[in-house]
Design a protein around this ligand. Structure first.
Ligand code: PMV
Length: 353
């Protein structure tokens, strides 16, 4: 390798799944296909500085979050490097300084693994690209190869991270009706999407900013020997088939039904595993009931979705923005910790800085 040192920076967003990934096989291969909206404002920015070192037997790196050294992140990064080393064999030749920061507060209960792991994977890919450009035998790396491999690497860091490279709708996991879909990386949803979904809004209500009660690693493992796992994985496939038609026609009532069912199913899987968990808080249910009541008394098409935690993502079309924000401010912020929420919307993926 001909490069002694360099620096690269990527900013990469979080994403919110409409059809959930919950359950995996070896090597972060998902048990079912999932699809997500890429977010716009919830992002991680990561700068990776690299310099050639003598010893090539070990990984060597240090990590800073908002300027502060974070040794507790080291095992996760070490595991990530080990998993991807085979595909990016130059990792042990360099010492890395990883400087990272999130646009959302790190104690907000918003998972930073999707944005964080995708940002780091993109930085690693930029180094691979720089190295390949110095060796004359290689053709220039295409954008599509770059994105695909970045998504592939990000998946090995955190499954859902593979859906954060591009936007605005990303499918991960093989589905018989989605051409090009793969268990190994995310792809841009390849079919027609109705204008109703353009600039779709996601307001994240921060019900509980505490540490996650169940790590996603533990959570995915709960699907092994789960009494309802097989049926759940089939259901995700069925939901995806239905969603393809819904995205085309813009049938928002049908969209709501699938998205809310997916959120509740995710939580139902946790409630029916052994050990079992309830990750919703009383205020999560207050919010869900308030959303249902609002939908009953107005013509609104808002709906909710949940990740593996108590916070609520409120999804709605852009043309309802003023009305929904008024509803949120008048009726829902009381259920948020310190009245805290994050306004986001559908976005188009990562950017090099
Ligand atoms: O990427 P992981 O392993 O942290 O899994 C996240 C899974 C959910 O966020 C709960 C659902 C999803 O598809 O994003």
């Amino acid at each position: 390798n001909h490069i002694n040192e360099g620096v690269v920076t990527w900013s990469s967003p979080s994403n919110i799944a409409l059809i959930k990934y919950w359950g995996k096989k070896e090597s972060q291969i998902p048990e079912n296909p999932s699809i997500s909206f890429t977010l716009n404002d919830c992002k991680t920015t990561t700068t990776l500085k690299y310099s050639k070192k003598e010893d090539v037997n070990h990984f060597s790196f240090e990590i800073y979050l908002d300027g502060e050294q974070k040794d507790d992140f080291k095992p996760k990064i070490e595991t990530f490097f080990k998993r991807i080393e085979h595909y990016v064999p130059f990792l042990k030749e360099y010492h890395f300084t990883i400087e990272t920061s999130n646009t959302f507060p790190h104690s907000s209960g918003i998972a930073s693994s999707a944005s964080g792991m995708s940002a780091l994977a993109l930085c690693v890919m930029s180094i691979e690209k720089a190295l390949s450009e110095t060796s004359s035998s290689e053709d220039e790396m295409s954008q599509s190869y770059f994105n695909k491999k970045a998504s592939f690497l990000a998946r090995l860091g955190s499954g859902s991270a593979c859906r954060s490279i591009e936007g605005d709708l990303i499918v991960w996991g093989e589905h018989k009706e989605i051409k090009g879909s793969s268990d190994a990386y995310g792809i841009v949803y390849p079919y027609e999407v109705h204008d109703h979904f353009k600039n779709y809004q996601d307001t994240i209500l921060l019900v509980d900013k505490g540490e996650k009660q169940v790590s996603s690693t533990v959570g995915h493992n709960l699907m092994h020997n789960h009494p309802f796992a097989k049926r759940r994985f089939e259901q995700a496939h069925e939901h995806m088939s239905k969603l393809i038609a819904i995205l085309k026609t813009g049938d928002l009532d049908a969209f709501i039904e699938i998205v809310e069912s997916e959120a509740l199913t995710l939580h139902a899987m946790m409630m029916t595993s052994l050990p079992y968990f309830i990750l919703m808080k009383p205020n999560t249910l207050e919010i869900i009931n308030a959303i249902w009541a609002y939908r009953n008394r107005t013509k609104s098409k808002i709906c909710f979705t949940l990740d593996a935690g108590a916070n609520v993502h409120v999804l709605y079309p852009e043309n309802e923005k003023d009305a929904v924000m008024e509803f949120i401010n008048n009726e829902l912020v009381v259920y948020c910790q310190n009245r805290h929420y994050i306004s986001d919307q559908i976005g188009f993926g990562a950017n090099q800085i």
